[in-house]
Design a protein around this ligand. Sequence first.
Ligand code: PAN
Ligand code: ZN
Length: 183
Amino acid sequence: DTIINEPKRVFRDDHLGGEGVDKSIRKLKDLRGIFKDERAFENMDPETLVYEVISYLPVKEGTQGGVYFGVTSIFPGSVGGEYFMTKGHFHAMIDRTEFYWGIKGEGVLILMDEQRRVWAEKMFPGSFHYIPGRVAHRVANTGKELLSFAASWPSDAGHNYEEIARNGFAKRLIDINGVASLI
Ligand code: PAN
Ligand code: ZN
């Protein structure tokens, strides 16, 4: 009635507490095969934390008409010059779209269509990104601090990781003399 409730909070130190909240972490050992330099990968601690995702999933996965929200935080680092990045995926329902927006730090959103054409957008606090359907998406942290971004996607989108696990993206984001280069 007259009570004004506390809202949910979205930042890393004070996340979205409560029901429907899922936290997943990805360590280097969970990302085997995604970086080009396998030798550099083998020489790093497999327990190194690469990113975490706090998701607010208010309805069951697969529900039509629902919407999900998540905050991804990618730590700074690289494997043989290739920046720490998310696995990347197409949506299982491939035509499902998504919004990303930058909260903290610096990065690059890498996009790839089904013809394997790749393009990219810079991410920074306040940057806004629309990911069309049929487009795979991955984010790399190009900065020296934590990169956090928010995402919102339909609850029936699902994730298809297999395609990217098998064939990767057609381009990689590599640090060349201190410059992030898509090659
Ligand atoms: C995001 C991603 C998140 C982690 O919430 O799932 O950034 O990336 P990976 O899922 O590729 O490991 C999203 O795109 N959801 O659809
Ligand atoms: Zn997605």
